[in-house]
Structures are given as structure tokens and as C-alpha cells.
Design a protein around this ligand. Structure first.
Ligand code: PGA
Length: 251
């Protein structure tokens, strides 16, 4: 049994006051979410405040990134150790915006996954192809490479604790959602690849989220797919009522 997850990636949005207002809105609008894990990923500057505010709540907190090292002379960075200390339990690793804008490679993703695990954080590892790769029929090889290099030297036990998010880059923030068969195919492929590398037990138990323009009007169909265990939501996670509707569409 894989408990579903709805995670909100706030990206570089919201002040501290707005962040608190949003989580309060989620809480009061949905006091009993049922059998689903809810996570929000605030920017670093409001992470601690949000984590403190949510201490007694069912909402978990994720950072959006971490450094590969635990401390040192890395100006402007935050480590897994500091993120854990600030009260988060999860961290997004390898989001496509980081791969795209700050040249984060699969090798860096691998180091960051290790840093997260070493500090007791559950990674949400993002994978997904760009449009050109899809058009060239390279979806399987791209995802295969991201998983092979990204998960290098991790044990089956470690991988079983990771959350994967399949986010086709062309569907992120564009309003273009992948079609149900494209999503299910990619998720099945990820599960198969994990089973081949780490065993059927791991392949069957890892939770795989879909991300890319998930909205209340398409979440029901996407979340009903057999290999989709939830969603990583960007834009629609910034409005409590939309986020709640997405959570409710799991039922
Ligand atoms: P979006 O972002 O829902 O705004 O497309 C998803 C993500 O980047 O995680």
C-alpha cells in the first residue's frame, strides 16, 4: 500500500506572512485530510517559521534544494544539516528549474540525494524530459539516465525511502498537462527501472508523483492512474482552495 502524497512547491513565491496565511487556509479549509500525506515546500527564508507554525499539524515541510556538503565555505548555500535543524523533513532534489537554470547535473543530484539521506531528510527526486527529448523518442533513455546516475551507490533500503516526482519539463508552468497515457507510461517505466536496479519490493513501494500544471480541473484524472501516487504542484499550490481541491480529488 502506497500512501498518496500531495506536495506543494512554492518556488520563489510568498513572504513569511503570506506563507503562514496559506498554510492556515489549507488547515482550516481541510481539517481532516484522510489517508494522504500533505507537504509544502516554502522558500528557505520562511522555512523555519512555517515549520514551527506547522509543528502540531498534519502538513509536512520540505526545502526546495540543498547543498552537497553539510557545512563549509559555500556562500549563499544551505546544507541538509541546516534544513533539518530548521524543522523540515523533506527536500526537493533535482527540480528541472535547477537543472535548467543552475546547470544541476545528474552527478550533483546524486550527491544531493546522499546529503539529504545522511541528514535524515526524505528526498523528493525530480526526473523528466524536455520537449525535444520527447519528440525524439528519448523519454525512456533520459529518465533511465537520470535514475541510474542520480541513484548511484544508494542501497535498496535508501531508495525505498525516496519519493520520485515525474515532471515532464514541457508541462511545468506552461498550462500543458501530459496526457494520461503519457503519464502512466512514464510512471510504469520508472517503477520498472527501480525494480530492475533495486528489486521488485523497492519498485513496488516507492511513491511516484506527477508534476506539471496540475490543477483542480485535471487532478482527478491524473491521480486516478494506477502508478501515480500523488502530485507535485507548483502554481496551484499557492492558493489554499485550489490546493485543497487537488487533495480532495484523490478520493
Ligand atoms: P506547475 O509546477 O504545477 O506550476 O507546473 C510544478 C513543479 O514545478 O513542481
Amino acid at each position: 500500500m502506497r500512501t498518496p502524497i500531495i506536495a506543494g512547491n512554492w518556488k520563489m513565491n510568498l513572504t513569511i506572512a503570506e506563507a503562514i496565511e496559506l498554510v492556515d487556509g489549507i488547515h482550516y479549509g481541510l481539517p481532516f485530510p484522510g489517508e494522504v500525506d500533505i507537504i509544502v515546500a516554502p522558500p528557505f527564508l520562511c522555512l523555519q517559521k512555517v515549520a514551527e507554525h506547522l509543528q502540531e499539524s498534519y502538513i509536512g515541510v520540505a526545502a526546495q534544494n540543498l547543498h552537497v556538503e553539510d557545512q563549509g565555505a559555500f556562500t549563499g548555500e544551505c546544507s541538509g544539516k541546516q534544513i533539518k535543524d530548521a524543522g523540515a523533513d523533506y527536500v526537493i532534489v533535482g527540480h528541472s528549474e535547477r537543472r535548467q537554470y543552475v546547470a544541476e547535473t545528474d552527478e550533483i543530484v546524486n550527491k544531493k540525494l546522499k546529503a539529504a539521506l545522511r541528514n535524515g531528510l526524505t528526498p523528493i527526486m525530480c526526473v523528466g524530459e524536455i520537449l525535444e527529448e520527447r519528440e525524439k523518442g528519448q523519454v525512456a533513455s533520459v529518465i533511465g539516465r537520470q535514475l541510474t546516475v542520480g541513484l548511484l551507490e544508494l542501497t535498496p533500503e535508501q531508495v525505498s525511502g525516496i519519493i520520485i516526482a515525474y515532471e515532464p519539463v514541457w508541462a511545468i508552468g506552461t498550462g500543458k498537462t501530459a496526457k494520461s497515457d503519457q503519464v502512466e507510461d512514464a510512471h510504469r517505466l520508472i517503477r520498472f527501472s527501480l525494480s530492475m536496479k533495486f528489486g521488485g519490493q523497492v519498485g513496488g513501494s516507492v511513491r511516484i508523483l506527477y508534476g506539471g500544471s496540475v490543477k483542480p480541473d485535471n487532478s482527478g484524472e491524473l491521480l486516478a492512474l494506477p502508478n501515480v501516487d500523488g502530485a507535485l504542484v507548483g502554481g496551484a499550490s499557492l492558493k489554499a482552495s485550489d490546493f485543497i481541491e487537488i487533495i480532495k480529488s484523490m478520493e
